[in-house]
Design a protein around this ligand. Sequence first.
Ligand SMILES: [Zn+2]
Length: 124
Amino acid sequence: MEPADSIRRLGFARWYERRLIEGHAWFISGVACMIAIPACIEELSFRGSVARLLAYVVLVLVAGAIGIYGLVRYQRILSEAEHLGEQATCGACGAYARFRLISTSDVRCRRLAERVGFEPTKRY
Ligand SMILES: [Zn+2]
């Protein structure tokens, strides 16, 4: 889903909060997988059954894939949130995250709208 759709639906502050929560959930998942990998490798031995060996190898590979994916998702989500967060401060009045999304590239400051009584012509 595009960030604009989510921001329009939730508002920027709530969207930003949810993105941080989602990003950190991916980070925790990635770290848990990175901890599971050496634990599984430690259990690997060639003395047990082949099925047990294969199960640990599959577990290590799956944990590695999920761990890498989780850490990449964490980095991308936080980069996107920080990039948009840097642009969320109104240049005219300095209000943070108090804007109404008009289109994907056009926003209106709600604080200025309250001060001067300006109402955008489009409503969402
Ligand atoms: Zn403003």
